[in-house]
Design a protein around this ligand. Structure first.
Ligand SMILES: [Zn+2]
Length: 90
């Protein structure tokens, strides 16, 4: 549970201002970090999905789509890597 820096009252993650004193609880820097973490999770999910589809394409004879999926998986791996580096810098 997050707490207000001014009055120590509990605030929800979605609250922009403290319910008790109206102080700004979620600064733009904080929400940017949350966005990065959220983005990282989406990329990881897409990467797993793409990797799974690549394996499926390997056992079916659609060679063209296999190459496309493999390229997508590699591209997502690169995006995931850079997203991980961005979040670890924080
Ligand atoms: Zn407060």
């Amino acid at each position: 549970m997050q707490r207000c820096k001014q009055c120590e009252s509990p605030v929800a993650k979605t609250d922009v201002n403290c319910v008790n004193c109206g102080d700004l609880v979620n600064s733009p820097v904080k929400s940017k970090t949350n966005f990065r973490q959220h983005f990282g999770k989406i990329v990881t999910g897409l990467f797993i999905l793409s990797a799974a589809l690549t394996v499926v394409a390997l056992f079916t004879n659609y060679v063209g789509s296999f190459i496309t999926l493999l390229a997508t998986t590699i591209a997502l791996l690169m995006v995931k890597k850079s997203a991980d580096e961005m979040s670890s810098q924080q």
